[in-house]
Design a protein around this ligand. Structure first.
Ligand SMILES: Cc1cc2nc3c(=O)[nH]c(=O)nc-3n(C[C@H](O)[C@H](O)[C@H](O)COP(=O)(O)OP(=O)(O)OC[C@H]3O[C@@H](n4cnc5c(N)ncnc54)[C@H](O)[C@@H]3O)c2cc1C
Ligand SMILES: NC(=O)c1ccc[n+]([C@@H]2O[C@H](COP(=O)([O-])OP(=O)(O)OC[C@H]3O[C@@H](n4cnc5c(N)ncnc54)[C@H](O)[C@@H]3O)[C@@H](O)[C@H]2O)c1
Length: 471
């Protein structure tokens, strides 16, 4: 006779919740996962990562943007791109992904419970699926994977049509002629890129003096150059005071007094954790004012048998890291040995062009007074770069002149988010730039840029070593 309904109950079916549930099921636990019927797969599948990445693919294909180097600046696959054209691809992918997730859960015997969970005691939640008869579900271990929602300031009149957040932007009725993007974080810059590519006149308003300051600044400069070329205007060091809805469009007023008229405003100024909707106090827990939950290195909260993973615990708040947190938390909760997550984690930013990196930036190394040498390879000097018509892409390797270890890899351009894993593997296995110099790459590929950049870094290191030896 079991004391609890389940061994493990997971709240939220986003990337962290799914992986937690499946990891626990693989360890022969009786597992349930709870989420709203319309949100299977979480923010990741329904409103965030997957819709935005699919939309980007549709935009790149339909605008023909990446082919214009070859076929001229007026090249387009479709002249009048409608929201329906874009939505068709997004809906197709979301539908397929939800099917995949349902199937994975069911073949691992994870019970999917529909509804919203709220704690009633430290071992039980009440699940309300809107039918007026909430059900109590208890479990020995509970894993909170509740994620986040877009932050919505009071001073903004959201209407889901002209003034939207990043959830609403995928449901716009038409491609706007002009748009204000508030917040130059990752979400803001990814959507600014997509709408600029569609021909929308985009103005980005960002409170800080610069954007994406965790990235290589040379690459951020290159991105800004590309976006300005697509008619994006940047307003850095400016804060939005109010956003109003009018008959003929929206009016955004900045603290500096500037006023910007636009068809649409997209607010992408951070996200709020959903811990505040879980009645945490019934479990003996508290969230912070941003709706997040504190955890230890094993993702355990202040209450021993309750874990929290994914965006609800804050930084880095990525689908990639959330999945791994879920798996590790479930492994620990089930009493199995779990290794810590590898400290090297790649960042992929799906702007147009895309950015990806792993390891340190030049600025970080300079601040910590760590010597480094840089090797750069440009796609336009690679046969594959010419073939695909990418003349702006680049890869930068940051190398230690002392032991030749790779300290960072920064990529801008086609395939950046895939290519980064080569560098990540070399770094993760403690390899040096000598491996990249000596190794043979397929030709013609973009991966070849690793060898070109490695040779460039080694040439500089050898030159310094020769001078040093002479001395
Ligand atoms: C526009 C956008 C683009 C992004 N692009 C990327 C990207 O390219 N790469 C990347 O790695 N990351 C990206 N992210 C981040 C990524 O989506 C998140 O890091 C990831 O989804 C977090 O996963 P999670 O498991 O914490 O849960 P989420 O995906 O946030 O899902 C949480 C789930 O919990 C459910 N839930 C909440 N409370 C309850 C409750 N009380 N009862 C039942 N269910 C509940 C919600 O309904 C939801 O389904 C993007 C995010 C956004 C918004
Ligand atoms: N490719 C990816 O990995 C990816 C893509 C999208 C989102 N995400 C994740 O989603 C999360 C949320 O992203 P985000 O971009 O919404 O948040 P963010 O916090 O990264 O960026 C918000 C930006 O808005 C600015 N801002 C806030 N209020 C403002 C105001 N009133 N006026 C002007 N500027 C203002 C902030 O200074 C900040 O730069 C992040 O954790 C991110 O990692 C990841």
């Amino acid at each position: 006779m079991h004391v609890f309904d389940y061994d493990v109950l997971v709240i939220g079916s986003g990337p962290s919740g799914q992986k937690a549930a499946i990891a626990a099921a693989k360890l022969d636990k009786r597992v349930a996962i709870v989420d709203r019927r319309t949100m299977i797969g979480g923010v990741c599948i329904n409103t965030g990562t997957i819709p935005s990445k699919t939309l980007r693919e549709a935009v790149l294909y339909l605008t023909g943007l990446s082919q214009r180097e070859m076929y001229g600046q007026s090249y387009r696959v479709k002249d009048d791109i409608t929201v329906a054209d874009l939505a068709a691809r997004t809906q197709h992918v979301i539908g397929r992904q939800v099917d995949v997730i349902r199937n994975q859960l069911s073949r691992n015997r994870v019970t999917l419970i529909s509804g919203v969970a709220k704690f009633v005691d430290p071992h039980a939640v009440m699940v309300d699926d809107g039918n007026g008869r909430p059900t109590k579900v208890s479990a020995e271990k509970i894993i909170i994977a509740a994620g986040t929602r877009p932050a919505r300031p009071e001073s903004v009149e959201f209407d889901e049509r002209t003034i939207v957040d990043s959830d609403g932007v995928i449901n716009l009725e038409r491609v706007p002629r002009s748009m204000v993007v508030v917040g130059a974080g990752v979400i803001g810059m990814e959507y600014a890129s997509m709408f600029a590519a569609l021909g929308t006149r985009v103005t980005v308003v960002e409170r800080r003096p610069k954007m994406l300051d965790f990235c290589d600044q040379e690459i951020v400069e290159a991105l800004k150059y590309h976006l300005r070329d697509l008619s994006v205007t940047f307003r850095f060091g400016e804060e939005v005071a109010t956003v109003e809805r009018h008959q003929g469009g929206t009016l955004t007023t900045l603290h500096s007094g500037k006023r910007i008229a636009a068809d649409t405003v997209m607010y992408s100024a951070g996200r709020q954790g959903l811990a505040d909707e879980l009645a945490l106090d019934a479990a003996g827990l508290t969230g912070d004012k941003r709706g997040r939950i504190e955890v230890d290195k094993n993702f355990r909260t202040a209450v021993e048998h309750i874990y929290a993973v994914g965006d609800v615990i804050g930084f880095p708040a990525l689908a990639s890291t959330s999945m791994e947190q879920g798996r590790l938390a479930a492994t620990h909760a089930c009493g199995e040995p779990a290794r810590a997550m590898h400290e090297l984690q790649p960042i992929g930013i799906y702007t147009i062009p895309e950015i990806s990196f792993v390891g340190k930036t030049e600025d970080e190394l300079t601040d910590s007074r760590t010597p480094f040498e840089v090797g750069v390879s440009r796609y336009r000097e690679l046969a594959r770069g010419q073939i695909i018509g990418d003349s702006y892409g680049m890869l930068k390797l940051i190398v230690s002149p002392r032991d030749h270890k790779l300290l960072g890899v920064h990529i801008f351009g086609t395939g950046a988010t895939e290519l980064v894993h080569i560098g990540q593997t070399v770094m993760g296995l403690g390899g040096t730039v000598d491996y990249l110099v000596d190794t043979v790459f397929n030709y013609p590929t973009l991966a070849e840029c690793y060898k070109v950049a490695a040779l460039s870094a080694m040439n500089k290191i050898s030159q310094v070593d020769r001078l040093h030896d002479e001395y």
